[in-house]
Write a protein that binds this ligand. Structure first.
Ligand SMILES: [Zn+2]
Length: 132
């Protein structure tokens, strides 16, 4: 279907769609970009060369528990495919976790609150918001 961006996923669920398929989480990971609870992060940027924190401090995936932004950046910049796999793993985990939160938000009747939170994290409410 090609729906993998966080705003489209949540708005799709609000409109009744309950199944998605997209290459986006692995495609953007191959470009050194990850989805985080603080929005989009381009880990291959120079600012992360000495950042020894996880990709996302709110994430408990294997990548975030075991590897730093600096190390993943180093792997990607060196052409090591392991860095791309780590970033892909994180992005897939992030989306699975997000959809579990969407399921719970439906049960708790606060899906619009979750939508507002995610839109704020990714700056979708701002003009010229950058997508992936
Ligand atoms: Zn993670």
């Amino acid at each position: 279907m090609g729906v993998g961006v966080t705003d489209s996923l949540i708005d799709g669920v609000i409109r009744g769609i309950d199944m998605f398929d997209c290459v986006l989480p692995t495609r953007i990971a191959r470009n050194g970009t990850v989805m985080t609870s603080h929005g989009r992060l381009v880990v291959k940027n120079a600012e992360y060369a000495r950042d020894f924190g996880p990709l996302d401090d709110q994430c408990s995936c294997y990548t975030c528990r075991n590897y730093s932004r600096a190390y993943i950046r180093h792997l990607i910049k060196s052409g090591e495919t392991f860095g791309l796999r780590l970033a892909s793993y994180h992005n897939l985990y992030y989306l699975i976790h997000l959809m579990k939160r969407v399921q719970q938000a439906i049960l708790d009747d606060n899906l619009l609150d979750l939508r507002a939170e995610v839109f704020e994290q990714y700056g979708y409410n701002k003009p010229n918001a950058k997508s992936f």
